[in-house]
Design a protein around this ligand. Sequence first.
Ligand code: FAD
Length: 451
Amino acid sequence: MNIICWVRSDFRLQDNHMLARAVELLNENPKATVEFVFWLNPDYIGEYEARQQYFFQALEMFSDACKEKEMPIRFIEGDEQAFLDATGDADVLLFNAEYVEPFKTRDEKIIKKRKDRQTERLLDRHLLHPHDIKKQDGKFYKVFTPYKNAFMKKDIPAPYEVKWQTLRDHYQKRQHDNSFINAYFKKAESEAVFYPGEKQAKQRLKKFIEQSLEDYEENRDLPAVDGTSLLSRYLRTGEISIRTVYAAVQEAKESKGKQTFITELIWREFYYMILMHFPESKRQAVNTQYREIEWEKDEEGFKAWCEGKTGYPIVDAAMRQLNQTGWMHNRLRMIVASFLTKDLLVDWQKGERYFQQKLVDYEAASNIGGWQWAASVGTDAVPYFRVFNPTTQSKKFDKDGAFIRKYVTEIKDLSKQYIHEPTAEQRKDYGYPEPIVAHDEARKRAIARFK
Ligand code: FAD
C-alpha cells in the first residue's frame, strides 16, 4: 500500500490530523509506504504579495524540517492532470480538509477523479466541522451567542499525537526534480516579513499565554500594546494547529482574559460555519435587507483610505500598518472598516478585497465576516446606526497617541492633545492632509442611507 500525504496549508509535523491518520494506517499495514507531496498550481498564484511571501517562507521552513527528518517533500507543478498523474500510484490519498472555495470544488473533483480509490479528507483547520452545530430545528445558527453556548457544550478534539519516527521508517524517497520551487523560496526570502516556522509559532503561543493571556481582556483593544497572540498568520498556514492553541489555553489559569480569548477562537469557527452555509457571501451581504444599498463610487476617497491619507490619524496609522507589515490590529480593522463603509459609504466588498490583497493572515471566512459585521450587512452585525467616531476611538484606544506616532511619522511631534485631531495650521505645517470627510455629516448620511 502506498500512502500519499498531500501537504497544503498545514505546515507542521505535530498535531496534524493527516499525519496522525497516516501513522494509524501504517500501523495497520506494516508493509505500506508513505510520502509527502506539495502541489503548486500556478493558477492559484495571485497578486497577494505579503501573504504569498509569508506562505512560501513557511513552506520552505516546513520543507527543511521534513528534510531534516529524512522525509523530503516531493513538489509537483502544473494543473489538475499533472497532480493526478504524479499521485496516480497512491492507493490512499490523505489531506486535511479545506471547505472554502475554490479549494472545496478542487478537492471534490480530485476525490471524484480518483473514483473508488481511498481518498480521505480530514478535519484539521477548525475545531469542529461546520455541520457539527445545529439548532434544535436542524437549521444552523445565525447569531453568535447561542452558537457559542452550543459550542461550549461540545466535545472538542484533543491535539493529535504524531509519531513521526513511524512516518520516517516507512518513508518512500523518490528521485524527483524539485528545483522549480526554489525560485518561489528565493523570492520570498528576499522580502522576509515575519518569523515563520512551527517552532516560532509554538514559542509565540507559550509567550502569549505566560505574559499576555491574563490581561487580554483589557489589552486586546490597545494597538500600541503587544496584547494579542499574533497567532493568526500561523493558523493561516497551519504552522500551529487550532487544537494545540485551544488545549493550551484551556490549561491556563482561569481569568477573564482566558475566557475572552476562547470567545475569539469561537468567532473564527462561527464565521467559518457562516461561509459554509452562505458561500455566496464573498459577493453578497448575508442580510438580504441590505443588498440594495446604494454605495458611493468615491474613487478618490477609496484611494486615500488605501494609502493612509484620510486626514484621520488613527485610520491612517492603521492603513499604513497594514501596507507596511501585512497585519493590522483587530480594533483598527473595525475602525477602518467602519470608516470606509459608513464615513465614505464605499462598498464593503472593496475593502474586503483590499484586505485580501494585503493581509498575511487573510482568511476568507473571518475577513468577509469582519467586513460584513462592520458594514452592518452581515449576520449578527453591528447595528447600522452605530457608526464608529474615529477620533473618539483614537482617544480611547490609543490614549497617548503612541501607535499613531509610530506610523504617521509626519505628526509624531504633536502633543497628546493634538495627535488625534491636529488643527488646520498643524496639518499645514507638518504636511498632513485635511480630513477628507466631516465625520458628523458623514454619519448622518450613512444612517439615512441605511434607513
Ligand atoms: P488574537 O486577538 O490573539 O485572537 C486569537 C485568534 O482568534 C486569532 O488569531 C484569530 O484566529 C481568532 N480571532 C480573533 N478575533 C477574531 C474575529 N473577530 N473573527 C474571527 N476570528 C478571530 N482574522 C483573520 O484571521 N483573517 C482575516 O482575514 C481577518 N479579517 C478581518 C477583517 C475585519 C474587517 C475584522 C474586523 C476582523 C478580521 N479578522 C481576521 C479578525 C481579527 O482581526 C484577527 O483574527 C486578529 O486581529 C488577528 O490577530 P491575533 O492573532 O493577534 O488575534
